[in-house]
Design a protein around this ligand. Sequence first.
Ligand SMILES: [Zn+2]
Length: 417
Amino acid sequence: MDAHEIAAAVAAEASFMKDVLCRLVEAPTTLGNEEPGQEVMREAFRELGLEPVDMPLDEEMLRTHPAASPFSWDVSDKRNVVADWQPAGEGGRSLVLNGHIDVVAEASSLWRTAPYTPVREGDWIYGRGAGDMKAGLAVILGAVKGLQALGLAPLAPVQLQSVVEEECTGHGALQAAVSGLRADACVVTEPFPASISVSQVGVLWFHVDIAGLPAHAGDARDGANAIEASFSVVAALRRLEAELNESPPPPYDAFSHPINLNVGVISGGDWPSTVAAECTLSCRLALYPGQRVDWLQAKVEHAVAGAAGTHAFLAAHPPRVRYDGFACVGTEIDAGHPLVTTLSESYAAVEGVAPELVPTTATSDARLFLLEGIPAVCFGPWAENVHAVDERVNMPSMITAAQALAVFVRDWCGVAA
Ligand SMILES: [Zn+2]
C-alpha cells in the first residue's frame, strides 16, 4: 500500500479526530481528575473495534522503582487505559503509541475562551490540553482508523496507551512501560510538529519550607517574616540556575538558556496584619542528560543553606527542602537509531521533507520507555501556548502527524489485509 493511499485514508478521518479531540478537551483532566478523559478514550478505543483495558497504577512499584519520583498524593484510583491492536500476521516489529490524558491547570483568568470548552477558529482548536496533548491522542486514533479503513492491520502487536500523570511524575508511562507491551519502539505523540525529539532534559521538583516568627504587624520587628525571607532563597536559586547554564553540553549549547528554574507556586502567611510565620516555594529545575538527580538535589540544598546562613532568623531555623513530584533524569536516543530513521522516512514519504531531529528543554514520558529499554521518541502535531493561556492546536498538523504515523506503522510493523 503506497504512502499516498494511506495518507488519503487518514485524511478522511479528520472529522473523527476533531470530534475526539473536542470530547477530550471537555473533560478537565487535571491531576486527580483524569477519569472522565479516560472514559472518552475507552469509548474511542471501542469505536476502533478495540477492547479498552484498565491498567491501574501500582503504588508499591512506584515507591521503589529507580525511575519513579516521590509523590504525596493518593494514586489508588488511578488508571491508564490501553488497547491492543491485534496483529494480522507475524514477522513485524511491535509498537507502542502513547499519549497522556492529564493536563496542567488553566493557569490564569486571561483566557479569551473558556479553557475546557473547545473553540474552533479557522485551522485552530483552542482549549486547555488541546495541544498538550489531547490532539496527540486523537492523532493515534486517526492513524489507526485510517489504516483500518483500508482493511489493514499490523504484523506485530501494537498497543495504544492513554496514560495519567505525565505532568507531575511520569508514573502512568512508567506503569505502562513496566506492565504494558514490551514493544520494539514507542512513539509519544507530544506536540513536536515536523520534528522528532532525540534528547530531553531531566526535571526536579522541590519544595522549600521556610519558617518565620509570627508577630502583630504593629510590632513587626519582634517577628521574622517567612515570605520576605523567601526572597533571598530565590536569589540563591537563581545563582545556581546561572551556574547550570554557564557551559551547556551539546546539544544544549545551541540554546541560550537551556536550564530553567521556575518558582511555580508560593504559599505562605495567613493575615495582612500578622507577620508571616510560614512560606513554601514550589520550584522546578532542569538537569542535562547524564547528570544525576541526587547531584542536583545536593546543589539545591547547598544553595538554600547558603541563603539561610546569611539570614538572621533562618540561620538558626534552616529551611527544609522536600521532594514531591518529578525527580527524573534527562534521556537521549541516537539519531541513527532505526526508530528515528524509519519515522523520519515515513514522515518524508508524506510531507516530502525530513523532520528535524531536536533536543528539548522539557521532559516527556519518552524517558520512562527509554529507561525501561524501549526506544522512544516524541513526534506529533503543532500546538501553541501549552501550559499558558489560549492553548491551541492546528488541525491540519494533526492530519499530517496521523498520516506520517500511519505510514510509520506500515514501515515499522509491516501491515497486511
Ligand atoms: Zn505533554
